[in-house]
Structure formats: C-alpha cells, structure tokens
Design a protein around this ligand. Structure first.
Ligand SMILES: Nc1ncnc2c1ncn2[C@@H]1O[C@H](COP(=O)(O)OP(=O)(O)O)[C@@H](O)[C@H]1O
Ligand SMILES: [Mg+2]
Length: 263
C-alpha cells in the first residue's frame, strides 16, 4: 500500500475581528488616543490597549496522520472541532498556518458550501468544467457524462439549466455524481449527505465504498450521521477543539466520540 495523504504538524489559526470596548463612543475615544499617541482611556487593569488587538485562536493544532491509498477515513467530532477546516486545507481552499500536507493524486471535494460549481453555468457546463479542473480530456468526460447524469437523477431537461436554478437537493446530487465519476484519486465529502433523501444517501455511501474498493480511491468523509461513518469507513479520526484525540478503527473511534458527547 502507498500513502495517499500525509499531514504533518498541521495547524490553522483564525483571527477574529477587532474587539471593541462595548460602545462605539468608547471605541472612538480609544482610537483617537491611539492616533494621538496617548494611552487608551478605556484600558482595563493588567491590559494593553484593546484597540487593534485581534483575537486569535487555533482551529487546528498540530495534527498528524496518514491515510493509505484506497482507505476510507471518517472524521468525527463535535461542531466547531475543526473538521471542515481540515477538509478545506486538504482541498486547497484555505492554506494552513503551520505544517505540511502531502497528497498523491487529484482531489475531488464536496464541501458544505457548494464549492466547485459555477452558479451561472448549466449542469452540463459544470460537469465539463469540473472534469477539466481534474485534468480530464473532453473525450474522457464525454465517456462519463451519461452515467453522471443518470446517477444524479437530474431530469434531462434540467441538465441545460444554470445550476443556480436547481434545488439544493438537485445541486448536491449532481455535485456528488461529478465527484464520484470523474478521475480523482482522493474523494473528500463534508456533510454532503445532510441534503437529499435517505435513498440517495444510501446510494452515495454505496458509491463511495465501490470507488474505493474497485478503483483504489481514497475517501475522506465527514458526517454527523455516525451510523453512516461506521458503515462506510474503516478508520476514524476524532477531532476535538482542533486536536486529534484518536486515530484508530472506526468503531473504536465512534465509541469514544459517544463517550465524549455523553451518550
Ligand atoms: N473563516 C473563519 N474565520 C474564523 N473562524 C472560523 C472560520 N472558519 C471556521 N472558523 C472557526 O473554526 C472552528 C472550527 O470550525 P470548523 O472547521 O468549521 O468545525 P467543524 O466543521 O468541525 O464544525 C470553529 O470555532 C469555527 O467557528
Ligand atoms: Mg463542518
């Protein structure tokens, strides 16, 4: 087996906005003092000027793990644990503050926010656009086109409609079909199954398992549906407050998560 994803000392720091004094007038006085080089009149004891100070926090801190080619990894954790931040870094939507990510192959991502599709383009155009981004030739995409549309269950008359007119369910179905059928060695899915009906969710889980078993594609999967994570993945990664608490067999990790949330 070869390594498909390797993450080393990965950290992501977010900066939040300026923290004010609780009233606009006090903020103006503080800013005026700062501009005049005077001490901030609203400084609290044991504190430097609050103006211009930005709150920072680590959404991810010192994450290390490896995923083997063809492996299906489920990333589990409470809201705000850092799951989406990790997948965004792996999808190269955002850059890490520290650390490195090494990946072998193209990545197809389905993130919470509908990235990857252009709203003004039709379903058909988006299929070709995504294929081109993944380095496929037109002939390659042509060969997969009918299967993508069939999988998505989008009515044929909608395929030439701009995707901004799609319902959220249609949008996700097409996005999933594209990601699953186009050439990408690594498939990333963040909470995609939250939209769409149960039948389609089952179909997606089946498809992800199939592409990993038959084509050796690596799957990184985030879902609040722990049953779905157990069903699809072999390995689990438990994130909490930006830290990787556990990386092990998916059932062990899901049990640990249940303890963490007190169930
Ligand atoms: N663009 C951003 N700017 C500032 N903070 C962010 C941003 N994106 C996410 N966060 C914060 O980072 C933390 C991790 O968020 P996220 O990765 O979305 O968690 P999860 O997907 O596990 O719910 C949360 O506290 C969230 O509010
Ligand atoms: Mg998230």
């Amino acid at each position: 087996m070869s390594t498909a994803v390797k993450v080393e000392h990965l950290s992501k720091e977010y900066r939040l906005g300026v923290i004010g004094n609780g009233s606009l007038w006090k903020d103006i006085q503080s800013w005026t003092a700062k501009l005049q080089g005077k001490p901030d009149p609203w400084t609290k004891i044991n504190e430097e000027s609050r103006i211009g100070k930005r709150e920072r926090f680590w959404a991810l801190k010192d994450i290390n793990f490896e995923v083997q080619q063809g492996e299906r990894l489920g990333i589990i954790g409470r809201n705000g644990a850092g799951k989406s931040t990790l997948l965004k870094i792996l999808s190269q939507i955002t850059a890490p503050t520290e650390g490195v990510v090494k990946m072998r192959g193209h990545v197809a991502s389905l993130l919470e926010v509908g990235t990857g599709f252009h709203p003004e383009f039709t379903g058909r155009e988006n299929i070709y656009l995504n294929g081109a981004i993944l380095g496929m030739s037109k002939a390659d995409i042509d060969r997969n086109f009918d299967e993508i549309v069939a999988f998505s269950e989008i009515e044929p008359e909608f395929i030439d409609t701009p995707v901004k007119r799609y319902s959220s369910g249609m949008y996700v179905r097409l996005a999933f079909a594209v990601a699953a059928h186009l050439n990408s060695e690594i498939l990333i899915a963040d909470e995609v199954l939250a939209v769409g009906d149960v039948k389609f969710q089952e179909k997606c889980l089946g498809k992800m398992k199939e592409v990993s078993e038959k084509q050796g594609r690596t799957v990184l999967f985030v879902s609040h549906n722990i049953g779905a994570v157990r069903q699809l993945c072999q390995t689990g990664a438990l994130l909490d407050h930006g830290k990787l608490l556990m990386l092990d067999n998916v059932d062990k990790v899901a049990d640990e998560y249940a303890k963490l949330i007190g169930q």
